[in-house]
Every structure is written in C-alpha cells, then in structure tokens.
Write a protein that binds this ligand. Structure first.
Ligand SMILES: [Fe+2]
Length: 672
C-alpha cells in the first residue's frame, strides 16, 4: 500500500494543495489558478480535488493530512500582542476576533467540512449531489496534523532539494511567532537552531515599505524590488533614507537579527502596516497613493529598503554558515522570493550552492507540511531524486532545431532536485483543444511534428509577433516557466512596450524576464549557476551592454528622464529583458525538465543566433496565470496577442472569429 500525504495551506493568502505519494510529489497547485481569484485565500477545494484526481485516490486513502501552520499558536500570538499593546489595538482586536472565534478556532471541524465537500464533489463528479456529512466517518478519517509554519517552509526547502544535508534559512512576514529561522537538516530530520519572533520581521519591514510606496501588501513586494534599480545610489536622499531605516526604524545586529521600533509600525495592533504620519515626519515624503505617478523619492526609498534587506539577508547567511558549518543552503518563506537579494547572497560565495523552493511563499507551505508529515511524523527516509519528467519527449528531435552545442556539460545540467521542474499542475490533451475549437468556432492548425511547430513559432517571434505558449503541466509557484507563458523577441527595442500596452494592459516599469537555454546562459549573464525557477537576478554581461544617454548613469535620473524613457532606452543587445541597472531576472531552461520549451528556444537560436526569449506569465494584470485551454483562449482573444499555441495547435489571431465579449478587465480582476 502506497503512502499518500495531502498538504494544505489556506486562510491567509495563496492557498494551495500538494500531494506526496511515497515521498514523491504527484501534484501541487495554487487554488487561484482554478478559482480565477488572484491570491485566493479560501480553502483550496479545487486544488485539493485536482491533486487527489491526479493520484487517482480519495480522501480516505490518505495516510495523513497536514495543514501548514498551528492555528492555536497563531491565536496565542494575537492575544498576547493585543495584551502587550493594549489599549492601542482595540479596533483591530474587535475586527479580528469575530473571525478567529467563529472560524479559525474551530479549524479542525471547518477543515473536515471542507474536505467532506471536496470528497462529495469528487465522488459525484459534478453530476449529482452526494451528502457530505456521511462521507468521512470519524473512525476512518486520516489524522490531521498541524506542523509549525516555519517548519513547513523549512521542509519545503530541504526535502525536495538536491542536497543530502543542508543549512536552512526561512524568512517571511510571520507564521505563528517565528518570522525568521535558521536550521539544518539531514536524513535524521530538520532541526531549527535559531528563531526571530514577531513583531520583529524582515518580511513585515519590507511589506511596510511596499504599503508606503503605494503597492499592495503580499503581492506588490515584487514591484518594490523592481522599482529599486531606478533609485539613485549617489543621491543624498537615498543615503538619508538608508541611514534613517538603520538608525530609526530598525536595530540591525551583526548576526542579521533585527528589532523594529514598534512606535513606527501599526501591523501588530492596527489595520495598516505603519504609522503614516510618523513615517512622513521621519522621511519627509508622504505615503504614495496607489496608481499615482511614481516619483524619484519613492524610487530612492525602494532602493534604500532593498539594500537594507540585502544587508540583512547577507548577515543571516553568514550566521547560518557559521552556526551550521554546512556548505549547502536551502531557503523558503516569502522573503526568499526576493531574487535580487538571492543573487547577491549567491555571489557572496558563503555557500557552495543555494537551492530555493520555487513556491517559497505560503502556497509552498502546503508542500512543506506534506513533507514534514511524511519524513518527520512518519519517519520515512528520503529516497534519491526521481529522474526528471521526460514525458514531453514525444516528438522526433530534429537535428536542425538544436543549438550548436547540444552536449549538456555537467555545469549546465539541471540540479537533480525533486521538483520535476515545478511542473506539477494539470495538463490537457488534444481532446481539450478540439473542444475549445468547437466551442468558439476557432480555427487552428495542428503540427504533427513538434520541431516544425518550433521552427514556425521561432519565425513568428523573429518577426516581432507575440505568442501565447501553453503546454504540459501548469507551474507550481508564482512564476510562469514556459508552460503558461507569453513569449516575445528579447532583441527588439519595442517588445517591452508592445507587451506592456497590448497584452498586459499596464505601463509596467519592470522589464520582462528571459528564458535562456542553460547552455547559453553564461554568454548573456554573469551567472554560472542554474536558475530554473526564476529566483536569481544577475547582471547582463559587460560586452552586451550599450552606452547610456549622456547624464544618465547607473539607473539614476540625473538628466530628468522619466522612468519609462529610461526603461525603453536599449541598454543591451537584449533590451526587453535588461533592467535599468543592467540586471535580469533569469530563468535557465533545461532539456531534462522541459524538453519542449528547450527545443522551442533552440529553434529561435538556430534562426536568430539568440539563445533566449522573453517570458512573461500568461495573464493580464490582476488575473491569475491561466490554467485551462479555455482560460488561455479567452486571454488570447481579449488581448492583442498575435498567435496562441496550445500543445501541438497553432491559433492565428487573424483567422479567429470576432470576439464580441467586451467586458471590463478591471471589473473582472482586482488590480494587483
Ligand atoms: Fe510564511
């Protein structure tokens, strides 16, 4: 009998479900991709149903179900915090308590009700009503575990990693009490060696700046990181901001631990992140209102907090190395999505190698909770990683579509982790595509030979066309990695603008990310390591850079150019993916884990000499990444995308029937 373990994260943000069978990940998915509600925090009913279906099992076949944190400890933290700050937090207390009393304290009962509803819908398969209450008799229910939040993060980082033994660093906003932990793990389990406790939190500090700069907390952190390169490192204002953060807002210790001056922060007891008026007095800049123009002071503020964050991460990295003495590091927690800090930590060479869980945020807690239940609670040993999924290799490889160097050197191999390239979600076949064609009367051409499709798409990209690229299993984690992506030509100076205005419907200030063949990566970027999950930022190589207009240096605004003018100035021979400070957020593409995507980029290289494409997630602003062919077709038709590929089918926009649905995107999806 196989041992199946279900992991769940829910009720905060980014709910998800993950399923292990005998310690191997069978499926993992975010609820938002099914519910079409970005950062969906509800119970992951559809994701749970999907992971069970992928394994062909029901809830009663599970050995154990593991929830990603301890609700009672969280409740204790809330009560103690309110007590310590009373009467300051009365308003927030009254706001939070009814939710806690009604829902979260009855977590077990609520989880069983939700699980029973999932089981009912699974058994009925949507055709008839099945009575949920009778489905899961108490005596037959698998045990329900609640590992601590940071143990879930730690387990999600270590168990799927390529390392036998590793140091662990987890950093986020907060779980129950912990906000940062340092630990180590090997075959005997995970040991947490140090913890930093709420309210002192690197994640909440970063989120406070996210809020103050006018972005949404728990989703806009990425924008703040992308804004930082516009800051002026030589400007007095930037230096002042940096000093004020270190002198007034926080007390940063040598070991990377920090204390926040809580008179400046409101998140412990209030409904906001910080005390706006006090920040304004300190910084001399008011809070930026969302959707208003982003002016230089906010760019300088973004750079200041980004640099302080990098300093904290480096110090924590040093402490982790000293405490554990281990040469390999694994990371998780929302702060581990700060790929600029990750790149700096890697370049510091404190560790021989670093591996980061692709779903480093709270969704990844579902996977970590499942691993913790399997390896720690059940005491099952770790097996060697399973060979990468080669199920995509169905088409005949063409010698003409290979890059000049097809031999994969060991340094360019995918690290043998257990994530299967993070392609862990649902996939769809020919029948699903044909259904879409019928439903929308949509003509499409089927390519029997995949290499011919690659050659055609490479030609379209070379012609400046924008392509929706949908194939195989949906990605796990916040990034599209070539299975639900929109692709463009990185060499064209207008690709940025086209993608921003015609597809994403935003005037984004962040450049797009490159998907680069691992074999070509070091020819473009100062990066010798694999970055398969787009979690590392590294500089574009010196020889590819182009000179800047007079007066504009290092990303600064010395000559008064607006931020978009700065972004759209071609800074390298791959301008669409080069940020104003010459950095790029890199995804290396590996034949072992995504053969089709690797072949497509190889075909583009064969045609153009360029071994990378622009990869942005397949969605519009505020919409979760598409999940099904139906989502993909709708997104294709509602934007100015030129072509859509779903599996072996190519849809040409000019052949499609008129799309009369003229709905308001902003009304359907809340802006992120
Ligand atoms: Fe977390």
């Amino acid at each position: 009998m196989k041992t199946a373990v279900l992991g769940i994260s829910a009720y905060y943000h980014d709910s998800a479900a993950a399923l292990l069978v005998d310690g191997e990940i069978v499926a993992a998915a975010h609820e938002e991709r099914f519910s079409r509600k970005k950062h969906d925090s509800g119970f992951p009913s559809q994701a749970t149903r999907y992971v069970l279906e992928e394994a062909g099992i029901g809830l009663l076949d599970l050995e154990v179900i593991s929830f990603y944190d301890k609700p009672y400890l969280k409740f204790e933290r809330l009560l103690e915090t309110y007590h310590a700050f009373a009467p300051r937090g009365l308003r927030s207390f009254l706001h939070a308590m009814p939710v806690w009393m009604k829902e979260k304290l009855f977590m077990k009962r609520m989880l069983w009700e939700e699980l029973a509803a999932v089981e009912a819908s699974r058994r009925a398969n949507g055709e008839s009503e099945v009575e949920a209450g009778e489905l899961l008799p108490k005596a037959e229910r698998p045990p329900l575990l609640f590992p601590e939040h940071h143990l879930s993060h730690a387990a999600s980082a270590f168990y799927p990693s390529p390392f036998e033994r590793a140091a662990i660093l987890t950093m986020d906003g907060v779980g129950e009490w912990a906000t940062t932990t340092i630990g180590e793990a090997d075959e005997s389990g995970v040991r947490i060696l140090r913890e930093l406790h709420f309210p002192h939190s690197i994640g909440l500090l970063y989120s406070a700046f996210t809020y103050y700069c006018g972005f949404r907390v728990n989703s806009g952190e990425y924008k703040l990181m992308g804004l930082a390169p516009y800051g002026e490192r030589d400007a007095d204002q930037f230096k002042k901001f940096r000093r004020l953060i270190l002198d007034d807002l926080i007390d940063l210790r040598d070991d990377g631990s920090l204390l926040l001056d809580m008179s400046y922060f409101d998140f412990a007891t209030g409904l906001r992140m910080c005390v706006d008026k006090k920040w304004e007095r300190l910084l001399g800049v008011p809070k930026r209102e969302p959707e208003t123009e982003i002016t230089q002071p906010y760019m300088n503020l973004a750079l200041a907090i980004q640099e302080v964050t990098e300093e904290i991460v480096l110090r924590l990295g040093r402490t982790t190395r000293e405490l554990t003495g281990l040469p390999h590091l694994v990371m998780a927690g929302g702060v581990a999505l700060n790929c600029v800090a990750n790149g700096k930590l890697l370049r510091e060479r404190l560790f021989d190698d670093i591996w980061i869980q692709p779903a480093a945020g709270d969704a990844g807690g579902a996977l970590g909770a499942a691993y913790a239940a399997f390896h720690i609670w059940k005491g099952e040993p770790r097996k060697p990683p399973v060979a990468a999924n080669r199920s995509m290799a169905s088409s005949t490889p063409s010698s003409t579509s290979m890059p000049s160097s097809t031999s994969v050197a060991s340094s360019t191999s995918m690290p043998p982790d257990r994530m299967k390239g993070a392609l862990l979600g649902p996939s769809f076949g020919d029948a699903d595509v044909v259904r879409i064609m019928r439903k929308y009367e949509a003509p499409a051409a089927r390519f029997d030979r995949f290499d011919e499709l690659c050659i055609r798409v490479a030609q379209l990209l070379d012609d400046g066309k924008v392509i929706g690229w949908f194939q195989g299993r949906m990605e796990w984690g916040p990034r599209a990695l070539g299975n639900r992506s929109i692709l463009g030509d990185p060499r064209r100076p207008d690709t940025q603008k086209t993608l921003n205005l015609k597809i994403k419907y935003r005037e984004g200030f962040r450049p797009f990310a490159p998907s680069v063949l691992i074999e070509e990566s070091s020819a473009y970027f100062e990066l010798d390591e694999a970055s398969p999950y787009m979690l590392l930022v590294a500089p574009v190589r010196q020889e590819r850079r182009q000179p800047l207009p007079p007066g504009q240096g290092g990303g600064g605004a010395a000559d008064g150019l607006g931020m978009l003018e700065r972004l759209y100035h071609a800074r390298s021979d791959v301008p669409a993916i080069t940020h104003v400070d010459y950095s790029a957020r890199i995804q290396t593409v590996h034949r072992e884990t995504n053969e089709r995507y690797w072949k497509l980029i190889s075909a583009f290289k064969e045609r153009t000499g360029c071994g990378l494409v622009v990869n942005t997630s397949f969605n519009v602003r505020g919409e979760p990444i598409v999940c099904t062919p139906n989502d993909a077709y709708r997104c294709f038709m509602r934007t100015e995308m030129d072509y859509l590929v779903i599996e072996d089918w190519l849809f040409d926009k000019s052949d499609q029937p008129t799309w009369d649905e003229r709905d308001d995107w902003a009304a359907e999806f809340t802006l992120d």
